[in-house]
Design a binder for this molecule. Sequence first.
Ligand code: M6R
Length: 364
Amino acid sequence: QKGGFDHFMLKEIYEQPEAFSKTVVPHVKDGLPNFERDEIPEDFFENRRHIQIVACGTAMYAGTVGKNLIERFARIPVSVDVASEYRYNNPIVGPGDLVIVISQSGETADTLAALRLAKQKGADTLGVINVIGSSIAREADHVIYTHAGPEIAVASTKAFTVQMAVMFLLALELGLKNGMIQPDECRSLTDQLLDCRNTMEQALELTKTVPDIVEKAIDCPSLFYIGRGLDHALALEGSLKLKELSYLHSEAYAAGELKHGPISLITDGMPVIALATQQVVLPKTVSNMKEVKARGAKTLLICRESETVDADAYDFRIDLPEAADEFMPFTAAIAMQLIAYYKAVQSGCDVDKPRNLAKSVTVE
Ligand code: M6R
């Protein structure tokens, strides 16, 4: 059942390129995003002035990536809420608004309740769901299914990747409908998106160094993940994965925020994992790495293979294949999943079933 892998999680990490293609390819027609198979009416994405994304855990971080992409390509303001907070904060939402709920299982109690609240307030709702016929899939106005296949390990890996892929397609569709991108530009972006299957395959090769690096770099009970923009969203997800699997305390911070307080926690040998895949902010993140290194931190840089970064900024480095900034989350996710996986294995943790956690959280 584990296909020769030691754990379901590792198998599922390696299944990502295929899951990605199964999700993206059927949603592309003539080089443009297409949601005909989901029976979503053409005008569903038109005239949207505000979008809310609601989800929990990893699905919420896929939503955070989605916010960045929708605002980038469609210039529509997006808010992202944790479902358990959304419900109790009397959300400002109503007719004409689009509420996107993201859930692998389609059964998460808080996400389901948030969906019901948004519907009750008159919003249009769209579910991005992996499990066919699940409660959220049945109740949302429309559903886009991700095609990750069954995810057995409690830690979400391939479902996260395909959720990001759907958010990418949605961002392009909304950009087209909102007149913010033209079909030719969109075709080029869709081509690059389709090519992420290959870059993910390459990333699985390039990250063969991860077990060794993890052993040397992460030997402290507490650490930081830092990044800016899309790297910050991925740092949040990487940090969650590490906590969930290896029981280490890990905090994700916007790299520029460290000096506003948490830098006081940096002591000799504390690991800081810096995601620096976004070229536009790379020098800033590198300078944040130097700040923590000067205070004794042990830094692990995750960036493109071709990037030239001052050697005095990092102690360890994980390389990722070339892609434009907006496509880097697909390979950065692999690096972070593997960091969490190998740290948990090396610490003797129950990788597929971490303590206190359930795959589907059906209580509020
Ligand atoms: O099934 P869902 O996507 O709604 O689940 C949401 C979270 O419970 C889930 O992503 C959780 O955070 C994972 N265990 C993270 O790996």
